[in-house]
Design a protein. Structure first.
Length: 65
């Protein structure tokens, strides 16, 4: 199964975002910046795409002792 997230180049701007701060490791920011440079999307747009993908592919399970 291919779980790759395909990010297309930006075609038009979108609105309706809510602003908040997060702390990220520098290497994570570098990886985000590489993708933004390749796609023409902003960091905010890309982080939203990545978070939506992660949420759609997440599962909460009870921790077994």
């Amino acid at each position: 199964m291919n779980d790759r997230l395909v990010i297309t180049k930006k075609l038009r701007g979108e609105d309706g975002y809510r602003t908040f701060s997060v702390r990220l490791r520098e290497d994570t920011v570098d990886r985000i910046n590489d993708i933004t440079a390749a796609t023409g999307r902003t960091r905010n747009e890309l982080i939203g795409i990545l978070l939506d993908y992660a949420l759609d592919h997440s599962e909460v399970v009870d921790k077994k002792s």
